[in-house]
Design a protein around this ligand. Structure first.
Ligand SMILES: Cc1ncc(C[n+]2csc(CCOP(=O)(O)OP(=O)(O)O)c2C)c(N)n1
Length: 559
């Protein structure tokens, strides 16, 4: 049976805003994001709220603080999950110290995604420390029997924010997909795409030591048997780990699907390394066994496809306490490094490896022609990857820059290091990160970032000015990534609250900080030395179509 509109998340969010309005709250300042979609849609639909948008959550929170100071009525600071939430702390501290009412309303991922390496997923409980007067951690809408849960929570929170000693309050609201106001089939949940959802440990917990590692590995190898079709999947890795993973691939002959931040994705062509996993997903033979190393890969298209193929073994080599498995597909978790498997993996079926290799070659050879010479976002990624000066560091902003480089980078010089702030996938601090990487490597750096990420960290241009950093700012006048989400079909909400166009150009910002500026008109214009800002103007609508065209072209080649 289909639920009628609005779906459960929407009803929940609408009750939340109805209760806020009944409590006399009417001012909202929000920053764009996806997980907060039900809350944004509800605030707009309610009609009683004045809604400001601002790309920088820290500034948005201070805006709300200012409103509370001026009126004595709390404003609602509305954000998505992840580091966006952490950006509210300075205003929360000030509001608490000085008794200013403020409602910190944070969207969150549902509990089953916490601690799995899922995108923009962090532990949000207690994030504002002891500063809130009161905290409400709501259950996900599907986990509560009644909508009264949310109404009572809002009442308690506003009461505390405006009580005898006013101050900040925190309401945390997790949501499952679908997030947009649309129909939903009951039971259609995130996570658990195809796998068993329970992770076995190959042996009992071991307290470390070579002997214990050896026994864990042999227990795993016994369980795995002799698969013919084994695949190595490399997520974010540090260079030393990457070298061990490469050695494992070389010795076993298992195809190695390398993520952009694996340190194995970019550089000259290397047999056995699959760089175009995002485009090949669904068009290459499915493996029986996957051994995954490093943190979560960027391409959800790839990992979802692998999960849906239900490999009999999906072993995650864990390097921390998290279970890197947002799709619930892992079957084994091994507390060993890739080096521990060296020389122990069974040989790979040659036909299987050859099919992956030929799919990779087919798309790689066609890609330059498919991309053409126009200044599109995929072509910029590809051109930068092929022309990156030797030994440059590469920093990729969360959102489309890291995804496009993952999907479209071609063979080229090997960067010294490829990094992206993908631990929590915040768009904040990207420019400062690039300056720090440059100093840390003692080398020039190229940073590719979107316009919202650029604006979010504008004052860090002061750091850029002092380092050999080339900033490639892809200005598509808003958040292009949201055009790929279902919310883009909701025209009335999409542009003002998700895409959030600003109409700004970065020329004057460059001049203000004394940084040379280039407006790129051709791909060759990207090739400047830093410090420099290269602004690339693209159109969001065309970008979505171009991505679809390229994906289809790759699929046609592999059909
Ligand atoms: C600090 C922070 N706030 C909000 C988000 C949610 N978010 C994810 S992608 C995105 C849009 C980024 O736009 P832009 O930097 O212009 O890149 P584009 O999507 O155009 O590639 C936003 C706001 C986030 N990841 N981090």
């Amino acid at each position: 049976m289909r639920e009628s509109k609005p779906n459960r998340a929407q009803r929940w969010a609408r009750a939340l805003f109805d209760e806020l309005a009944r409590a006399g709250v009417s001012e909202v300042c929000m920053a764009p994001g996806s997980r907060s979609t039900p809350l944004v849609a509800a605030a707009v639909a309610d009609g009683r709220f004045r809604i400001q948008t601002h790309v920088d959550e820290r500034g948005a929170a201070f805006y709300c603080l200012g409103f509370g100071r001026a009126t004595g009525i709390p404003a609602v600071w509305l954000t998505t999950s992840g580091t966006a939430v952490a950006n509210g702390l300075p205003a929360a501290v000030e509001a608490s110290q000085d008794g200013v009412p403020l409602v910190l309303l944070t969207a969150d991922r549902p509990p089953e995604l916490i601690g799995t390496g899922a995108n923009q997923t962090i532990r949000q409980e207690g994030i504002f420390g002891s500063y809130p007067r009161h905290t409400e951690f709501l259950p996900a809408p599907e986990d509560a029997d009644s909508i009264d849960v949310v109404r009572r929570a809002v009442d308690r929170a506003v009461q505390a924010a405006t009580g005898e000693w006013p101050g900040p309050v925190h309401i945390n609201a997790p949501f499952r997909k679908p997030l947009e106001p649309t129909e939903v089939l009951p039971g259609d949940r995130e996570g658990n795409v195809g796998g068993p959802g329970e992770t076995a440990h190959a042996s009992g917990e071991h307290a470390g030591g070579a002997e214990a590692v050896g026994s864990e590995v042999s227990a795993f190898l016994r369980t795995m048997g002799s698969p013919a079709r084994g695949l190595l999947l490399a997520g974010r890795l540090r260079p030393a780990e990457a070298a061990a993973v490469q050695a494992l691939a070389d010795s076993s002959g298992w195809p190695l699907v390398a993520d952009i931040c694996s340190q194995l994705r970019m550089g000259p062509v290397r047999p056995g390394v699959i760089t175009l996993g995002d485009l090949l997903a669904g068009h290459a033979p499915a493996p029986d066994v996957i051994i995954q190393v490093g943190r979560m890969p960027v391409s959800q298209r790839l990992t979802r496809w692998l999960a849906s193929a239900e490999p009999s073994v999906w072993a995650v080599l864990a390097d921390g306490t998290e279970r890197i498995d947002p799709h619930g597909a892992a079957t084994h978790r091994l507390s060993v490094s890739a080096a521990a498997l060296q020389g122990k993996l069974p040989a790979c079926d040659e036909a299987f490896a050859a099919k992956w290799g030929s799919a990779e070659r087919t798309v790689r050879q066609a890609l330059p022609d498919l991309l053409g010479r126009r200044l599109t976002e995929p072509a910029v990624a590809n051109h930068l990857s092929r022309t990156l000066p030797q030994d440059h560091g590469l920093v990729l902003a969360a959102s489309m820059p890291v995804r496009d480089m993952n999907t479209f980078a071609g063979p080229g010089p090997k960067p010294r290091l490829v990094v992206s702030n993908r631990g929590a996938s915040g768009i904040d601090g990207t420019l400062a990160t690039a300056a720090g990487v440059s100093r840390g490597l003692d080398a020039p750096v190229t940073v590719v970032c979107g316009d919202l990420a650029f604006l979010h960290d504008l004052n860090s241009l002061a750091l850029i000015a002092r380092h050999p950093v080339r900033v490639v700012a892809i200005n598509n006048d808003g958040g292009a990534i949201f055009s790929f989400l279902p919310i883009s079909a909701h025209k009335e909400l999409f542009e003002p609250y998700f895409a959030t166009p600003h109409g700004l150009s970065f020329e004057h910002a460059a001049a203000m900080f004394g940084i040379p500026y280039v407006r790129a008109r051709r791909l060759e214009d990207l090739e400047v030395q830093g410090p420099a800002i290269v602004e690339v103007n693209t159109k969001r609508a065309e970008n979505t179509i171009e991505h679809q065209r390229l994906r289809q072209a790759a699929a046609d080649l592999l059909a």
